[in-house]
Design a protein. Structure first.
Length: 353
């Protein structure tokens, strides 16, 4: 056991890395040798521990099972051509994680546990970060209520953990979507802006209905009227009408995506007009009919940027035009060039491990 800045490290006896086929990865199914675990109890965080990846023991009465106090973040580490490893905007994820924690009455995680824990963990499993276009190490910090008992009240104990998974692209093949006109992802005053596990659980049923129709995802609309675009599945949504890039403003229903903010900044850096405003389904359909709708794409940590090939809204269906010089193409290149250390980082987003 080696104490490192109050993080205790227990290494695996033998790495499993040589048993992994890195050319045939399924997203989120393969995990590295180590994980981080830290417990909050009696009003304080205990010593963080990095130990071999494996099962955790919890009782059936654990509150996370009964009242859903569970939050997470999605992040990535990238390796450049020289073998150096970088995080992308990790403090933004830490801040958003704590915003989620506050909304679900959970304790905030100190920076030295979240950020320094990540750095120590990645450094230990550095060989799992592979170099190559589209390759990354997906990082999943999460926290659950770990107190035993079924009384309907916030937990008095919590478990913060980080696990890591080598990854290729999240979405493969063409993506087409259905615009929601019945189901809702989030409502005013709710937890839509938080990375709460329940947000995703509630989306699975309507998404399964879309898949049965031959679509891959849903563009969610506002719960009050279903008139305005909000998010696309696990992604923030961008629409190009004419030469202007539009995206819904951040609010208590819409996740304040780190990739979303990066895309907006990259677009401004490239002289692309950007508007953060409400975009109605009516405006989208009219732009499609008159030929002004040029692109729709989603953005997110796992997905990065995913062009949407077509959409359906009630009885109206539309296929997006093919554009080899699209905004999505330019922006994903600009973003990846920063992430893989191929371009100047004007905004200080890269953090070297």
């Amino acid at each position: 056991m080696i104490p490192t800045h109050e993080i205790v490290i227990e290494k695996v006896k033998k790495s499993k890395i040589n048993t992994i086929d890195f050319d045939n990865l399924t997203f989120g199914k393969t995990f590295t040798d180590h994980m981080l675990e830290c417990t909050w109890s009696n009003g304080a965080w205990r010593t963080a521990k990095i130990k071999p990846y494996g099962p955790i023991q919890i009782e059936p009465s654990c509150k996370v099972f009964h009242y859903g106090q569970a939050i997470f973040e999605g992040m990535k580490a990238f390796k450049d051509a020289h073998g150096e490893v970088f995080l992308f905007r990790p403090e933004d994820n830490w801040l958003r994680f704590n915003e989620s924690a506050k909304r679900l009455a959970m304790p905030e995680v100190p920076k030295e546990i979240f950020i320094e824990g990540l750095k120590n963990l990645i450094n230990l499993d550095k060989e799992w970060v592979r170099y190559g276009e589209g390759l990354s190490l997906y990082l999943r910090p999460f926290m659950i209520a770990s107190e035993n008992g079924v009384a309907a009240a916030p937990s008095t104990e919590y478990k913060f953990m980080i696990i890591m998974s080598p990854a290729f692209a999240y979405y493969k093949g063409d993506v087409r979507v259905v615009i929601a006109s019945e189901f809702s992802r989030a409502a005013n005053g709710g937890v839509g802006y938080a990375k709460a596990a329940g947000n995703y659980a509630a989306s699975f049923y309507p998404n399964n209905l879309a898949i049965k129709e031959g679509y891959q995802q849903i563009i969610w609309t506002d719960a009050a009227s279903h008139e305005y675009l909000e998010e696309a599945g696990t992604m923030n949504i961008f629409v190009r009408i004419g030469d202007t890039l539009l995206t819904a403003p951040h609010n208590d229903r819409i996740l304040n995506g780190v990739t979303r903010r990066s895309v907006i900044q990259m677009a401004k850096d490239h002289g692309i007009p950007v508007e953060e405003r409400r975009v109605s389904v009516k405006e989208l359909n009219e732009a499609a009919r008159n030929g002004e709708l040029k692109e729709i794409f989603g953005s997110g940590t796992a997905a990065v940027i995913v062009p949407i090939k077509g959409y359906k809204h009630e009885e109206f269906q539309y296929e997006l035009p093919v554009d080899t010089d699209s905004y999505a193409t330019k922006l994903i290149k600009a973003l990846k060039d920063i992430q893989y250390n191929r371009a100047e980082d004007r905004h200080g987003w890269r953090v070297q491990i």
